[in-house]
Design a protein around this ligand. Structure first.
Ligand SMILES: [Zn+2]
Length: 316
């Protein structure tokens, strides 16, 4: 554990300073009213009071973040961020519990809060002129509630044209070639749902690459080009047309989920996807090392106060 000899992984005070530098690289900003550089230090270290007349509220570096009102020392939070950002396939709550010396329950809720910090905000379109976006879908884990929902419209298509895929959870991935991924857990991967995701997230000037699935028919009218490979005929690459990036992403995701997380409630699946997306989008090949990736996750903690209503999490 050589990576953890730095003071910010050893004591709460150094960790607080470290997080302050990440959150406020230039000036301290009041998280309540957004006033920049106008505050008093209070007697309690790390606690500030806004000097803005109409605000005057107290705050710390964790106010309005996923770490707010947690009793876990900040160096343990930093270590948690680092471990989750640097473990390619993820890290179990059991492992976090042992590595951080917190209870299993606390580790579990820390992990979910860190996932929330990793969740990408905003949606700028993917792709663009001369760029390629691959779209693909996969199925992972059993659907827990099989009651048909009243909103369910149309029949779900699979590659073989059958309805449904053995009651499994559907995931759609968009990957910009050599760039970022964006994934979606959908109730059902039918043409309406998938088309909407693709059109909402990908710029029209993009070259769209998919397999021959019926989910994507009609896309050629919308995008610069829509090129397909015919997986059913064992065609995986034709020139630069393929969906290997999307399949590579799915393979990391599935290996991690099977090996590390094992049981994942369906309602949490989107959080795990956010975690894998985050690491993929800040991978080494894109010039991001473990430390930078962890710092980006800490930065992402801002404005994402995760509040659970369940009473069993009050211990965190
Ligand atoms: Zn303020």
């Amino acid at each position: 554990m050589n990576a953890f000899t730095a003071p910010h992984f050893q004591n709460d005070k150094a960790a607080r300073k470290f997080i302050e530098k990440i959150r406020w690289p230039d000036e301290i900003v009041c998280p309540h009213c957004g006033t920049v550089g106008s505050y008093y230090a209070t007697k309690k270290e790390g606690r500030y009071r806004c000097a803005e007349k109409l605000c005057r509220k107290d705050f710390t570096v964790t106010t309005g973040t996923v770490m707010e009102s947690s009793h876990v020392p900040l160096h343990k939070w930093l270590m948690g961020f680092y471990l989750m950002a640097s473990s390619k396939k993820g890290i179990s709550a059991h492992q976090l519990h042992r590595s951080l010396g917190v209870t299993y329950k606390t580790a579990w809720f820390m992990a979910h809060r860190i996932r929330e910090a990793m969740r990408a905000g905003g949606i700028t379109p993917m792709g663009g002129e001369g760029k390629i976006v691959e779209a693909d879908e996969t199925y992972y884990g059993k659907i827990e509630d099989r009651k048909p929902s009243p909103q369910r419209k149309g029949r779900p298509f699979t590659k073989s044209g059958k309805v449904g895929v053995g009651g499994k959870r559907a995931i759609v991935a968009l990957v910009e070639r050599g760039g970022r991924v964006r994934t979606f857990h959908v109730g059902v991967a039918d043409k309406v749902t998938v088309s909407k995701i693709v059109m909402d997230n990908v710029a029209r000037e993009t070259r769209l690459h998919t397999d021959e699935s019926r989910l994507y028919t009609g896309s050629d009218a919308y995008f610069a080009t829509h090129e397909t490979v015919k997986h059913s005929a064992k065609e995986y690459v034709r020139g630069d047309v393929h969906t290997n990036s999307a399949e590579g992403y799915f393979s990391i995701f599935k290996r991690g989920m099977r090996g590390v997380y094992q049981h994942c409630r369906e309602k949490h699946l989107h959080r795990y996807l956010a975690e894998y997306d985050f690491r993929y989008n800040h991978r080494i090949a894109l010039g991001c090392d473990d430390g930078e990736r962890a710092a980006l996750a800490v930065k992402g903690a801002e404005g994402k106060r995760l509040t659970y209503r369940q009473p069993d999490i009050s211990g965190l």
